[in-house]
Design a protein around this ligand. Sequence first.
Ligand code: C2E
Ligand code: CA
Ligand code: CA
Length: 779
Amino acid sequence: MIKTLFGRALNLRTTLMVSFLTIVLVVVLFTLYIVQQATFTHSTGLLKTNAETSSRVINDYIRDVANVLQSSATNLAADFSVKGLILSADTQAQSLTLGMRNFADRFGAEEFAVIDSQGKVLSTSKGFTSIKSVDVERLAVDGITWAEIDDNIFLAKSVAVKNTPRSRDAMAWLIFAKPIAGLINDDLTRLTTMDVSLLRETQNSFTYLASSYHSAIQKEFSNVLMSESNDLQDAYLSSDHYVYFVSALGSTQSATILLMLSTVESNAYLSYNSLLGRLIGLLVVVAIVTLMAAMLISNSITKPILMLIGLTEKIRQGLHVNQFPEEGAAEVNKLSNAISSMQSAIVKREHEIERLAFYDSVTSLPNRNRFIQLLEEQITLYPSNMFAVVLIDIARFKEINDTIGHSTGDKLLALVGERLRSGCRDNIFIARLGGNEFAVIDTEDGNVEQLMEELASMFSGAFNINSLSLNINVSIGGARYNNHGTQPSELMQAADIALHASKDSHKPYVLYHEELNTFSVLRLRLMSELKEALNQGQLTLYYQPKMALANDKVHSVECLIRWIHPDHGFISPDEFIPLAEQTGAIRYVTSWALRQAAQQYAQWRSVGMDIAMAVNISAVDLTDLSLPHTVSALLSEFTMPPDKLILEVTESAVMGDPEVAINALNMLSRMGIKLSIDDFGTGFSSMAQLKKMPVDEIKIDKAFVLELATNEEDQVMVKTLIALAKNLGLSTVAEGVENEDSVVLLRNMGCSTAQGFHLSRPLPAKDITPWLEAHSDIR
Ligand code: C2E
Ligand code: CA
Ligand code: CA
């Protein structure tokens, strides 16, 4: 309805108020107008009726006075004593005047006159002494008759005095009169409730004869042009506004007598005005009450709306609002409910966004973002509290994933997440950083090693997925705030270095220490030095015999690389081989090792020993298409029969990309080279894939062999692996044989070959030669 005021948009409350006020004002003014009209008409009617009635009353009253005068005169005229006095008037004039005075006083006539039939004045009262000619017959007519004598006007009646009642002619006339001024008295005024005035009018000139007004008002009125009318008339005089009513009251011989009833307008409408006043008062009260009601109503409507506006503002600021206005109009309730459910929807969406942004969908664990965030919060909130940051990496997860399928791989990750969560105390925060990497923060404890120990123990049991039982290895690295870093990035880097140390050293877990970092820098430097080191002869091959368990004879040795660095001394292949694989330097290592092995073969053959050489090659070498060519060139260079070269490839290398591996192995196999699967039992090769491989031997991983004599589980595993190999027509090598008991067990299990410290440690060629001579059946 009203939405703008002076071009400005109004708020709901003002709109309601202005609307209400407008309605109330219109109703009030309309009512006032109607009432005013009605009461005015009514009052005017009343006043007019009053004036008419009053004028009739006055008329009747004066007529009554006239009648009294007339009837009294008539009675007197019939009186003989009066006739006698008239007849003796010439002589007894004084007696006549006395008698008349007496009679006049009796019926209240101030003035009198006795006139004979010739018009001669016989006797008069004092006021009538100047009376000369009077039209006695005009005064004899019934009703109100006026006589004007010396500018004075009298109500006058005349009666003929006759000799006998039947006489035609009058012998004399009796006149009785009352001055007009005496006719108007207080009783009369009170009776009419109006002011009464009698006026003489001749040719629109007015003279006041008698009036309840004082002379000043009379004077004002004398300028008003009056005429007889049936209606009320208005006179706007300088003193006031008057309403008056004029009627004729007979006439004198020369003028008309008018009766004027008048009143001050405000008096006449006094009751109407006070009524109107009260009405206005009432309407003002109604207006105020309505306005207050309007305020209450608009408040009751706008208050919850304003409150809701306040709430939406809070929601906009991201605050959570619990209390919504409960009672209100249905629409307000609806709006309130709508805002409430909107808030829930927003909260839900925010949670969803947060979940997507901060949670990993596979494990439902917090993700890297959340992890870093928590790390930052922890450092900001408790800068002096020590706490542990640990990284966990599932070993060879890519291979596991490729073997069991990605969806099963995801299930495995979920299970790992569950196991971590159920195994850790509540205050420990667990996240999945991505891929196969998990992270753990113990915000209440800086004992990193104990935490890592606990975490490592959680992975000792197998994971069961779709009736598949999976054993997984993990690498664990940890760092402590604030010993190993004060920033999230520093802590993460430290834990990461420790994690790699765990991976490289095959230790279940490693706590970061300064040397690891320098060592990792060192390792990188080493890689750049490796190629040069090969040329400079810093690397040598050590040889470890593989002994046939059937006859304790040695037909082959495994070639194991050793790096004696001029500055750092002995560097384990476990340390630099993975790095060389990563940097691609492994190619030089492999071709160097192959050449060394071929040379050594030729060397031993020259002294009559025909020892097959087992050389380790990596997964990277299998993708090198020039490898078969390099090998065949070496074989012909040293006239080495291909079956005297055994290439050891780890099970995981083969399973990383089975197709490429099978192609490469097929080529080498066709050349007559023997192939061996290293570290067997730790990977995930399936029987079906193994069947496709052109391999000759499997090497049971030393993890199952080292404690074979004492560990029954290992015995079952080794037995199974041997049976499996036999089934496929493959020979078996057990590595890591450290005692005679194991040798006996392995022999009984039908294992073909044994290798380990119990027989010999890997040794340089010149040191192993005597041992070989002793165990060789060549000579
Ligand atoms: P691998 O191929 O499994 O080699 C066997 C490892 O077991 C050798 O460690 C060997 O010294 C060790 N070993 C042998 N008998 C026993 C025993 O009775 N007890 C114990 N505890 N250990 C035993 P090494 O020489 O340190 O070599 C480590 C790994 O480095 C090798 O594992 C192999 O994967 C790699 N590697 C060594 N030389 C070369 C190489 O020339 N080329 C490539 N690509 N890898 C190599
Ligand atoms: Ca090996
Ligand atoms: Ca091995």
